[in-house]
Design a protein around this ligand. Structure first.
Ligand code: KE4
Length: 457
């Protein structure tokens, strides 16, 4: 069936019509005014068939669409909602801030407090600048690295996504991979020429690029645990080897922790793996679901940023008081919630081992064998991905072998059973502190049936 049929509210077959009448009506209106009817491509469900659900409210680990249908949510706004939807402390902080005004375009105490909290939790960050999105954070971090080193080139990894800045839309992951536009039109050849690509978990490929472009490489930017190919963890001391290569070659190591920051540990993936980057980008959790992100790192590098230094970066709403109120509430709650990471680890392990058990059940194993199918999992704490491929998943070449068609069937089967997953094989699922054993068990019950359907002939 043509992709357009799958997405046409009137022509899609029933099993693709998971979107209720109000969602479908809103989509029809939206498509007339907004590209694809959405404000970010991965939301369009293009990779999984059917039409996107328009959401109306969330509470804890559940989200409810405009047709009144509720789902256990594993997207969590793509990562920010570490404590679930409408967290009371975050809402109270946002409400109080909003009553004092929405924006001043002047420094506020909340920005100072948030900078202090970030620096306290992430020791490699000695100075930090607040911005409005992860894309702004990575674009700015790269500009600072180029300004600080006087070099132009950057190494990124195939399948990693660092936002939609021109320099990064080269063999990118996430929505770019989902839509098969890892090298987006509109990125000038000159820009692309300064972006060098290596395979994730391949330190020799990085050293080969350094050998060839020695003094031209300003930085290596990496997702320390990839979320944008699905979850792909670093292996065989990959991060330590990147650190050593950058030290040897005088390049800066940028950890893009927009997704991993404050989620995999209080200090993010750099705490988990014990590696100190020169610069770190943060987003999602640090903004508590509001448009706030940050970049920071070594004081000698960050002091290059205007107005202290010559590297220019600015933003009308940077450090917005409502967003910083949400961020402060989030980071305060992270510090105060002593069982946060143990609970996320326990829930992640429960989900992952439950899916393993389902895969090993005789009738499931027979089913997969009959269609020559496979599935595998990766997990780091509350980052969980079920791949429709055998694994191991080490890099983009491994992940791209997965059956996106089977993933699409699984996704729709789970949605029909009240489970809301990220609508792409190349995304990660997120657990929150608001999930509980009960939701995990309901998810596993749904998965047992949806997986059986996914492997139908
Ligand atoms: P934003 O500009 O979307 O705030 O952040 C860009 C970004 C940077 N770095 C990493 C590691 C990221 O994961 C992201 C954004 N993540 C995607 C989900 N894979 C956002 C969802 C979307 O594009 O709608």
């Amino acid at each position: 069936m043509a992709n357009s049929d799958m997405n046409d509210p009137n022509r899609a077959p029933d099993h693709l019509r998971h979107a209720g009448p109000r969602s479908q009506a809103l989509l029809a209106r939206a498509k007339a005014m907004i590209p694809g009817g959405v404000n970010s491509p991965v939301r369009a469900f293009r990779a999984v068939g059917g039409n996107p659900l328009f959401m109306e409210r969330g509470s804890g680990c559940r989200i409810t669409d405009v047709d009144g249908r509720s789902y256990i949510d594993y997207v969590g706004s793509w990562g920010p909602l570490l404590f679930g939807h409408a967290d009371p402390e975050v809402i109270a902080a946002v409400r109080a801030a909003a009553e004092m005004g929405t924006s001043f375009g002047a420094p506020t105490a909340g920005e100072v407090e948030l900078a202090e909290r970030i620096i306290q939790l992430v020791p490699s960050v000695q100075k930090v600048r607040l911005v409005n999105s992860g894309t702004e954070a990575t674009m700015s971090a790269l500009r600072v690295a180029r300004g600080a080193t006087g070099r132009d080139k950057v190494i990124k990894f195939e399948g990693c996504y660092h936002g939609h800045g021109d320099a990064f839309l080269i063999k990118a992951g996430s929505g770019a991979a989902t839509f098969g536009v890892p090298d987006s039109p509109g990125v000038p050849a000159g820009t692309a020429a300064d972006t060098l690509i290596a395979s994730y978990n391949d330190p020799d490929a990085v050293d080969a690029l350094f050998d060839r472009y020695a003094q031209e490489i300003a930085a290596v930017i990496v997702e320390p645990v990839v979320g944008n190919m699905g979850c792909v963890p670093p292996q065989n001391d990959f991060l330590r080897k990147l650190r050593a290569s950058c030290d040897r070659e005088g390049a800066l190591l940028i950890f893009d922790e927009v997704m991993t920051g404050f989620r995999l540990a209080q200090g993010g993936a750099q705490e988990l793996y014990g590696i100190t980057p020169d610069l770190t980008t943060m987003g999602k959790v640090v903004g508590g679901g509001l448009p706030l992100a940050a970049y920071g790192g070594r004081a000698d590098v960050m002091s290059q940023v205007a107005p202290e230094g010559p590297v220019y970066q600015a933003g009308t709403l940077s450090g917005n008081p409502i967003a910083t109120a949400a961020g402060n509430a989030m980071l305060a709650k992270i510090v105060a919630t002593r069982d946060l990471y143990p609970k996320l680890e326990r829930l992640g392990r429960r989900l992952s081992s439950g899916l393993d058990e389902i895969a090993r059940e005789p009738k499931m194993a027979e089913r997969m064998q009959a269609v020559n199918g496979a599935m595998s999992q990766t997990r780091v704490g509350s980052f969980v991905t079920l791949f429709f491929g055998a694994g191991p998943m080490r890099n983009w070449d491994d992940v791209k072998q997965c059956s996106t068609e089977r993933f699409g069937r699984y996704f729709r089967g789970m949605l029909a059973r009240g489970i809301y997953l990220a609508p792409s094989q190349f995304e990660t699922g997120f657990l929150s502190y608001a999930h509980s054993d009960a939701e995990i068990d309901l998810t596993l019950e749904a998965a047992r049936e949806a997986l059986f359907e996914a492997f139908e002939v």
